[in-house]
Design a protein around this ligand. Structure first.
Ligand code: GLO
Ligand code: MG
Length: 347
């Protein structure tokens, strides 16, 4: 038996939010980035997920030199607190140039903007101390099918990936698939799409996937199977654990809060396949409820991390001989009941 995995956790500063939604303004005060960094370790987190403009605020107003200088300052803030930057993601969905998409925009100038911004975020990633780039391809899709040529779009996404791989021979790219929101449909909705791009790229060893539970659910898929598929290809670079109550807007609910059994299965697949043994983070991408009082609100992070760890215990205390006996007898009714009893803590 190998040593049990000591999991380490990450979240992004956007997970400490002001609580705005499309129908109402902020309900909490903003917290500065540096003050957010102070909150990580006491909560049990050591990894920080970043967008390029979380590292360098007002990125577009700064020269490349100024931006790198700022990224270096942020690196020192992280070092001082024993924090690790997990990845940097180019924010290809806020700027006006990305209204019609990034790499798949119908405007050549806007496509170039998306490439330039992505290369810039590689420089920022290196300066803040990570080689990992996340591509959440937020606006690579359409609201109506006829608006873009989907075949050309797929070629363009691959072309962008290759340009990024060429730009820096050491970076790794982690694609985070999501089927919808903000688009009606996106071009890279599942891990199967993401890994096809990885294998088609000029350096497949440097391209892998990041699976978010809610995104898999929105695609009508089981998050643990999506994770298992990536693990089978040795391409699960990270996860964004959270939960989702059916086919609605992306809810980013606390991990396990909707479907505890699905959460158990995600933890089971990660634990059984040694996820985390090579330093992979257990990433969270969770929103606090808008209704929550307090400043700042952190319970959704604390609770999600604890739920993960309780479920690790459930996986480790799962009676494997009983599981085996049920499977050998093809008694999946028995297995089903055993799992429910185990999760409920009764026997
Ligand atoms: C949105 C995504 C988003 C990404 C983040 C990092 O639905 O989950 O939060 O994870 O931008 O790429
Ligand atoms: Mg996410």
């Amino acid at each position: 038996m190998s040593e049990p995995t000591q999991y380490r956790f990450s979240f992004g500063p956007w997970n400490i939010s002001e609580g705005a939604d499309p129908f109402g303004p902020d309900v909490r005060q903003p917290v500065s980035m540096e003050a957010k960094f102070d909150l990580y370790r006491p909560l049990g987190f050591e990894g920080v997920q970043f967008h390029d403009d979380d590292v360098v605020e007002n990125l577009e107003e700064l020269s490349p030199e100024q931006a790198l200088k700022r990224a270096g300052e942020v690196k020192s803030m992280l070092d001082d607190r024993g924090l690790i930057p997990e990845f940097v993601a180019p924010r290809l969905w806020f700027p006006t140039e990305t209204i019609d998409g990034g790499f798949t925009s119908n405007s050549a100038a806007d496509r170039q903007y998306a490439i330039d911004r992505s290369l810039r975020s590689i420089d920022i990633a290196r300066a803040v101390g990570t080689k990992n780039i996340v591509l959440w391809l937020a606006r690579e899709g359409t609201y109506i099918r006829e608006a873009k040529n989907a075949k050309v779009a797929a070629d363009r996404i691959l072309g962008a990936l290759n340009q990024m791989l060429d730009y820096d021979q050491e970076i790794e790219i982690w694609i985070e698939p999501k089927p919808n929101e903000p688009m009606d449909h996106t071009y890279i909705p599942t891990i199967g799409h993401a890994l096809t791009l990885a294998y088609a790229s000029k350096d497949p060893a440097r391209v892998s996937g990041l699976i978010e539970s809610a995104h898999a659910i929105l695609a009508g898929l089981d998050p643990s199977d999506e994770m298992a598929f990536a693990l089978a290809h040795n391409k699960l670079a990270s996860v964004h654990l959270n939960d989702q109550n059916g086919l609605k807007f992306d809810q980013d609910k606390a991990f396990g809060s909707v479907n505890l059994r699905s959460a158990f299965n995600q933890v089971r697949v990660l634990e059984e396949n040694g996820y985390g043994k090579n330093g992979e983070f257990v990433g969270l991408d969770v929103k606090v409820m808008r209704t929550q009082k307090g400043q700042p609100c952190l319970d959704h992070l604390k609770n999600s991390r604890e739920t993960f760890l309780y479920l690790v215990e459930k996986v480790r205390t799962y009676d494997r001989s009983q599981e085996k006996a049920f499977i050998e007898a093809r008694d999946y009714e028995g297995l089903d009941a055993y799992i429910l009893r185990h999760l409920m803590g009764v026997s």
